[in-house]
Write a protein that binds this ligand. Structure first.
Ligand SMILES: Nc1ncnc2c1ncn2[C@@H]1O[C@H](COP(=O)(O)OP(=O)(O)OP(=O)(O)O)[C@@H](O)[C@H]1O
Ligand SMILES: [Mg+2]
Length: 254
């Protein structure tokens, strides 16, 4: 039977630390020799490549848009073949055991069922080359609900350390439960937190009904790296954000 990559998805509202955590997952999998990883940036405001320290080449939405130009498809080639061929341009190959796809901006008006079907098929074939598919998503979970990526094995709902943020976990979890996509395990992670704030949030966390995997402390280095445009992938190994994320991934046996 063909190999299926383990699917990990990160969701949560804007600015909570999804991209930071996605980066930590990719690095954790690399350092622990877990296999070959395909990182997928499914956030329209893509910046995962910067966090991972990878060059941007092109994104899926641009490629799809481009194939819609009149006369885009060369004579004698079917449209399917051509789109598939062009989609390969959007694969960013890294020097580590890590490649990347950037979904890109929301698509313009019109029906995209056709493009989505092709994209879904492409990802299905592509992921046979990988052990993990790690998707940095957004709160709307567009690509998960459209099933661009099939079932999710591990989903992290990420929140900041506020009561309002934690209540958003419940809202996102409700959306997840209503998806056609099967999601096997769901965990909550609270970021930019401390023991003290987690204590205060205990009751709210229990109310979400989502298993709490742990918290990530506020780490000024993350902010500093982001401000300087330095890849978060290169944070020192003793950085609090690295240590805390690795402890969580060990605990849940990612
Ligand atoms: N543990 C942390 N400590 C301190 N700052 C953090 C931490 N995690 C994230 N940040 C900062 O918070 C901001 C948002 O982080 P990040 O980009 O990872 O979140 P996001 O959920 O992917 O955001 P977006 O929805 O905009 O894509 C960044 O400025 C980042 O530097
Ligand atoms: Mg992000």
């Amino acid at each position: 039977m063909a190999k299926m990559a383990k699917h990990i998805a990160l969701v949560g509202k804007g600015g909570v630390g999804k991209t930071t955590l996605t980066t930590m997952i990719c690095r954790y999998l690399e350092e622990n020799d877990k296999g070959i990883v395909l990182a997928v940036d499914a956030d329209p405001n893509a910046n995962l490549n910067e966090a991972l320290g990878m060059e941007f080449s092109s994104c899926i939405s641009d490629v799809i848009e481009d194939t819609k130009r009149p006369h885009a498809v060369p004579d004698g080639m079917s449209k399917e073949r051509y789109v598939e061929y062009r989609l390969q341009d959007a694969l960013i190959e890294g020097d580590k055991n890590l490649d990347m796809l950037i979904m890109g901006g929301p698509q313009g008006p019109g029906c995209y069922c056709y493009a989505n079907d092709l994209l879904r098929g492409y990802i299905e074939r592509l992921e046979k080359n990988y052990d993990y598919l790690v998707m940095d998503s957004e709160a709307g979970m567009e690509h998960i609900s459209r099933r661009t990526v099939q079932d999710v094995d591990v989903m992290f709902i990420v929140s900041d350390a506020s009561a309002r943020g934690v209540r958003t976990i419940t809202r996102i979890y409700d959306l997840v439960k209503n998806l056609k996509t099967k999601v096997k395990s769901v965990y909550a992670i609270v970021t930019k937190a401390s023991e003290e704030t987690i204590n205060d949030l205990q009751e709210e966390l229990e109310k979400t009904g989502v298993e709490f995997a742990g918290f990530i402390p506020f780490d000024p280095q993350v902010f500093e790296y982001d401000a300087k445009g330095k890849p978060l992938y290169e944070l020192p190994e003793d950085a609090p954000v690295v240590k805390a994320s690795y402890a969580i991934f060990d605990k849940i046996k990612l």
